[in-house]
Write a protein that binds this ligand. Structure first.
Ligand code: NAD
Ligand code: TYD
Length: 360
């Protein structure tokens, strides 16, 4: 039985990945979920797996080398899937330091702990060990309006403190592969959407605000493009790279689903109107009139678009969820899970929201 050490498993993508893995492998794998539980980490996301015998949660900071080394000493870890990160661009613009600490230093701590546990006296690595570093397409920078795509060979050109910290962590993983032949892969994925996403990101923020009749803040002209992928398709891509990808390679993950932000907002409004039952008082609040153009994000990347040719041809990965279906499933999930959203938007979130949007 293989043991997976998943970092950041209480966050959005990590928790969906853990669900995906237990649905696919059942009792044939063991998962150790290592998470610091920052504002973005929520064990509620994992309540249906928490009692499994083959699942263990360990509260730890990936920057704490003693804690991370101990986990490797006390467990035979076969695979690391590294999600833990500070992940929100707007927060990185306000406070870059924690992004460098967690995303860069935390990745180094993990690399060192895995290397120490897996390295043999002759400098080679134990058979079957693998480290998968989960990264973003934002490391490639920004594309012009149309026709260009991010390939694995596209030079890195990050612009935000978030993407610069992710690019740095990717470079560290590359350096461990090049220097030590450390058994790793990097995946660079486009924007994800789906259940359990914290409502500071575009899609859940718009759903949450629309249901409350609050303004929908559109940065700049609303025509920036993101390439949206349903989170379970990302989870599947990570698993396929782990199983079928060639070691030391980078794989881009994305489903050719480019949309302008303003298009996304209209789709959310239309879907909410369709899904809210007659007589639900929130129906009256959901309106195009809520769309509010606000000051643009500093350094706002114009367009991201992934070319997924390599992961397709080498692992057979295909995105399974068309956007029309995925967004409906996502909105239905948020409608059915109001207590979850109430829980994560109380307290500190209120303060964050008031501060972040005060001058916009
Ligand atoms: P998230 O912010 O929802 O979750 C991050 C998780 O990491 C949380 O559970 C948090 O508690 C944990 N964490 C943060 N700092 C930690 C630390 N120091 N030690 C241990 N745990 C810590 O993020 P997400 O959207 O799920 O993204 C997961 C990963 O995927 C990130 O590496 C991100 O860069 C990458 N990614 C995200 C997207 C996207 O669209 N969200 C797209 C491509 C890649
Ligand atoms: P976001 O979800 O923060 O993801 P990222 O910046 O990592 O791509 O933002 C997606 C897009 O939506 C991005 O172009 C910024 C824009 N956006 C808004 O227009 N308004 C908002 O309130 C937010 C959070 C984002």
């Amino acid at each position: 039985m293989k043991t997976y050490l998943v970092t950041g498993g209480a966050g959005f993508i990590g928790s969906n990945y853990i669900h995906y893995m237990f649905e696919k492998y059942g009792d044939d794998i063991r998962i150790l979920n290592v998470d610091k539980l920052t504002y973005a980490g929520n064990l509620e996301n994992l309540k249906d797996v928490q009692d499994r015998e083959n699942y263990t949660f360990i509260k730890a900071d990936i920057c704490d080398s003693a804690a991370i080394e101990r986990i490797f000493q006390e467990n035979t870890v076969d695979r690391v899937v590294h999600f833990a990160a500070e992940s929100h661009v707007d927060r990185s613009i306000k406070d870059p330091e924690v992004f460098v600490k967690t995303n860069v230093l935390g990745t180094l701590v993990l690399l060192n702990a895995a290397k120490a546990a897996w390295e043999l006296p002759d400098g080679s690595f134990m058979e079957g060990k693998r480290f998968l570093h989960v990264s973003t397409d934002e490391v490639y920078g920004s594309l012009s309006e149309e026709g260009e795509y991010f390939y694995e060979t596209t030079p890195y050109d990050p612009h935000s403190p978030y993407s610069a910290s992710k690019a740095s962590s990717d470079m560290l993983v590359k350096s461990y592969m090049d220097t030590y032949r450390f058994p790793a892969n990097i995946t660079n994925c486009s924007n994800n959407y789906g259940p359990y996403q914290f409502p500071e990101k575009l899609i859940p923020l718009m759903i949450h605000n629309a249901l409350a009749g609050k303004p929908l803040p559109v940065y700049g002209d609303g025509k920036n493009v993101r390439d949206w992928l349903y989170v379970m398709d990302h989870a599947k891509g990570i698993d396929l790279v782990m199983e079928k990808g060639r070691l030391f390679e980078t794989y881009n993950i994305g489903g050719h689903n480019e949309k302008q932000n303003i298009e996304i907002i209209h789709i959310i409004l239309d879907t909410l109107k369709e899904l809210l039952p007659e007589g639900d008082e929130r129906r009256a609040l959901v309106s195009e009139k809520l769309i509010t153009y606000v000051t643009d994000r500093k350094g706002h990347d114009r367009r991201y678009a992934i070319a997924p040719d390599k992961i397709r041809s080498e692992t057979g990965w295909e995105p399974e969820t068309p956007f029309a279906e995925g967004i409906k499933k996502t909105i239905a999930w948020y409608l059915a899970n109001e207590p979850w959203i109430e829980n994560v938007t109380s307290g500190d979130y209120q303060k964050y929201y008031a501060e972040m949007y005060q001058n916009r």
